[in-house]
Ligand binder design. Structure first.
Ligand code: NCD
Length: 337
């Protein structure tokens, strides 16, 4: 695909070569993300960071990524404080906001909303989550992390075994990640969820059509065996009609040190898009795994900055200029990465 000026709305826009290009640019962002060097390549540019649903890491890491490239960030975070509650259409909001920004990142509770907004936008729009539909930048950072974790084990994405666990029906991260992984070869997916929260049938069919093996099960113990990656997710409470309905599923699937040791093969990489629900009745990923070397959740969040910097650099077409406009930082920067 041609990145400059493009909206990033769905992972289905990408071919494998596009994903590899994003990863290559993400690698080149490391000195800037690690504060070894700084750049002002986006000096004067404004990011409109529009989040109409709760967010911590996606919103802040997109903002930091833009700042690290030298740009300014303007945030809109409360749907109740925006004119959308006065009946303004997404189209009008998109037309107006794109006059104030050079690029827009948007999260909204409705599937398809970001694409609708993008139709009116005169600047690139990056989808930071549209309801249960897609979360492309999360899938990219997840796959980037998977690639790195597997590489350190002399393995590749092609041929890997991945288990996805939890609310696969409403989880936009697993929807986007599955579609993205389908660009690779001969992957085995084990999809572990309550039957009512299974992965949408269309996604499963597409995975099989692309030559991947898919096993669907409600039994976590048997599903955990022989994976390279286990990717846990939260019950997406906000997508249920009522809290009691979500409560039926909360806490059904939990991973902790003893379950990991009993069922997972040694070195299985543990991932989660976060936030993990750490309340007692959920606790899908226990704190007793926090020091485990295979727990990659905080490597995922760090990689999010690199991948989001890469998306900005590619869509605003500055990849070739970054190093030229860079210099050393002059404050204390030692970090334990
Ligand atoms: C995810 C999301 O918003 O879809 N969070 C994130 O962006 N890292 C997952 C979730 O909320 O469960």
């Amino acid at each position: 695909m041609r990145f400059p000026g493009a909206h990033i709305l769905s992972v289905t826009q990408f071919e494998r070569a596009d994903v590899e290009r994003i990863f290559e640019v993400a690698d080149s962002m490391r000195p800037y993300a690690h504060r070894e060097r700084m750049t002002k390549v986006l000096d004067g540019a404004i990011l409109g960071n529009m989040f109409f649903e709760p967010s911590t890491r996606t919103r802040v890491s997109f903002g930091c990524a833009f700042n690290l490239l030298g740009g300014e960030v303007r945030e809109t975070t409360d749907i109740k404080a925006s004119s959308l509650t006065k009946g303004e259409s997404l189209y009008d909001t998109g037309r107006v906001m794109s006059g104030y920004s050079d690029i827009i990142v948007m999260r909204h509770p409705q599937a398809g909303s970001v694409a609708e907004f993008a139709k009116a936008s005169r600047v690139p729009v990056l989808n930071a989550g549209d309801g249960p539909n897609e979360h492309p930048s999360q899938a990219l950072l997840d796959l980037y992390t998977i690639k790195k974790e597997l590489k350190s084990r002399q393995q590749t994405i092609d041929g890997m075994h991945i288990a996805m666990i939890g609310d696969l029906k409403h989880g936009r991260t697993v929807h986007s990640l599955s579609k993205l992984v389908s660009l690779y070869k001969k992957v085995k997916f084990t999809l572990i969820s309550p039957r009512e929260l299974a992965m949408p049938a269309g996604i499963v069919e597409d995975l099989r059509r692309c030559g991947h093996e898919v096993v669907e099960t409600e039994d976590m113990e048997s599903g955990l065996v022989s994976n390279d990656i286990v990717y846990l997710t939260r019950i997406q409470e906000e997508r249920f009609a009522s809290k009691p309905e979500a409560d039926l599923y909360r806490g059904r699937f939990r991973l902790n040190q003893s379950i990991y040791t009993q069922y997972c093969q040694p070195n299985t990489v543990i991932m989660h898009p976060l936030p993990r629900d750490s309340r007692d009745d959920a606790n899908e990923l226990d704190n007793d795994l926090n020091q485990h070397p295979s727990l990659a959740i905080f490597r995922q969040t760090d990689n999010g900055v690199l991948v989001r910097m890469a998306l900005f650099a590619l869509t605003l077409d500055v990849c070739e200029q970054i190093d030229k406009s860079s210099r050393e930082v002059n404050w204390y920067t030692e970090r334990r990465f």
